[in-house]
Design a protein around this ligand. Structure first.
Ligand SMILES: [Zn+2]
Length: 487
């Protein structure tokens, strides 16, 4: 059997640290990069007798996430203890949610630009939505760091609100898994729920993978890959693991349900434990915490839902008459989207502003290795620059020069820079003179224009642009030539 005769099913469990001021069950601040064990108290250290107090903000952000992903929220949710023994959790249980989580069902839409760049032309299921099983809220554990013969532990992370988003095994390929993570991240960042930075561990991911021969209805035996911490390792590990499972099946072996890990250094998966070693967490309701009624919070959240990336794309397309692709590029980053809207405000050509932002502005940021947040050039200046082109004050090429100077002199207005450079529009009698000269110099093409040849008209426009040293407005010149020769 060839490899193409297998079906791959992938489900993701994504852990997301919520962007709250304080921790899930105590008032210690949530901050990244502080000295170890400086953001702690008896509750998040798990000392005997310390009692948890719920963080309403964390619950609200989880409900908001559910609303943005079309989930339902049960009227009553509760808190359960997940029991296990490990140094990163000294009270020997983690407070989580077992059978009544905050959100159920729903789904994550896969945005086209969220697929890997090298795969965006080969998307198998455009417009696909990956179904969710549930989203629940729990507390993060401490961070252990393993050294050669000892382990250090940092409790700053312990008790950070952690949202777990569990998908159905709807994902068919490593590339869809990448799109899922990127789309989800975009929505979380957009709504301010989390910064979801995988490098900082704010978003971590477990992957369930199974393969089965085509024609077989039930899913194959699944392997769980634990704790992947970058999008690229998710993609590479799934590629590897799917290949490995197919090879096993080809060789006549059976897959044994187990937990594996990805070794990024050698690019292989390694077994951690089989099902026999799996923990029995003995979940039971936490007696220290009351169940939560969600109705009021849900109503509050629903009153103020943020615009989602795909909604912004649709609005940009209709409000500004730009292409779906341009709108998607601009909306992919909320700050860039805001930048564009500010620049386009009041512009007679929002489409041209979009071209400038995407083709010139982003390229320049890239060239200078600048983040948008650190860019000295403001959105209003880009809007004004495009306005100068539209009004025929400067040509496109002159605008490029003004644009480059803006980065050196961000306090000046584009109009002031254009003036300094001597970019002033040629007056119309001057242009009239150039047109007459171009026609006199090029009787052949002029005759062709009269007979309806548009290429010849472009040629004459080019001659006039040369005579005016780029000062004339090419669109106006062409119109004037046609009026002269075809009337
Ligand atoms: Zn604390």
């Amino acid at each position: 059997m060839a490899k193409a005769d297998y079906i791959t099913s992938i489900g993701l469990e994504v852990h997301v640290q919520l962007k709250t001021e304080s921790k899930m069950f105590c008032s210690c601040p949530v901050r990244f990069g502080e000295p170890p064990n400086t953001l702690t108290c008896p509750t998040c250290l798990g000392l005997p007798g310390a009692l948890p107090v719920l963080n309403a903000g964390a619950i609200e952000r989880t409900i908001l996430t559910g609303q943005l992903l079309n989930c339902t929220t049960p009227e009553v949710v509760k808190w359960d203890r997940k029991n296990y023994f490990y140094p990163d959790m000294p009270k020997n249980y983690q407070i989580s949610q077992f059978d009544l989580p905050l959100c159920l069902d729903g789904g994550v839409p896969l945005y086209e630009l969220s697929y890997p760049k090298d795969h965006q032309k080969d998307i198998v299921n455009p417009g696909k939505t990956v179904r969710l099983t549930r989203i629940h809220l729990e507390e993060d554990v401490a961070k252990s760091t393993h050294h050669s013969n000892y382990t250090t532990i940092d409790f700053n992370r312990a008790g950070t609100p952690l949202m777990e988003i569990v998908s159905e095994p709807d994902i068919d390929s490593p590339e869809e898994a990448v799109a899922y993570l990127n789309s989800l991240r975009q929505i979380l960042v957009y709504s301010g729920v989390s910064d979801a930075d995988m490098e900082k561990g704010q978003m971590r991911c477990d992957v369930n993978i199974s393969v089965r021969p085509e024609g077989q209805e039930e899913l194959g035996t699944k392997i769980e890959l634990k704790n992947l911490n970058s999008v690229s390792s998710v993609r590479r590990s799934i590629h590897y693991e799917v290949g490995r499972q197919i090879e096993e099946l080809e060789a006549g072996n059976t897959i044994i349900q187990a937990t594996w890990r990805w070794n990024d250094d050698i690019g292989q998966t390694e077994i951690m434990r089989t099902k026999e070693d799996a923990h029995d967490y003995r979940y039971f309701p936490d007696p220290d915490l009351l169940p939560v009624r969600t109705t009021e919070m849900l109503a509050r959240v629903q009153q103020d839902l943020p615009e989602l990336p795909h909604e912004k794309v649709a609005r940009f397309e209709s409000d500004y008459q730009i292409t779906h692709y341009d709108a998607s590029v601009l909306a992919a980053d909320e700050r860039l989207a805001d930048f564009y809207e500010t620049a386009a405000k009041g512009s007679s050509s929002p489409k041209k502003v979009a071209n400038w932002v995407i083709n010139n502005f982003l390229a320049e940021l890239n060239e200078r290795d600048l983040e948008l947040a650190d860019c000295p050039v403001g959105a209003e200046q880009i809007g004004e620059l495009v306005g100068l082109i539209e009004a025929g004050q400067i040509s496109n090429n002159q605008a490029k020069e003004v644009f480059a100077s803006l980065f050196e002199d961000p306090d000046k207005s584009p109009a002031a820079i254009a003036k300094e450079k001597g970019f002033e529009p040629a007056d119309s009698s001057e242009v009239e003179g150039f047109i007459e000269q171009a026609i006199a110099d090029n009787p052949g093409p002029a005759g062709e224009v009269a007979e309806g040849n548009d290429k010849a008209a472009n040629f004459l426009t080019g001659q006039v642009m040369k005579l005016s040293r780029g000062k004339a407005n090419p669109k106006q010149v062409t119109e004037m030539i046609l009026a002269k020769l075809r009337s």
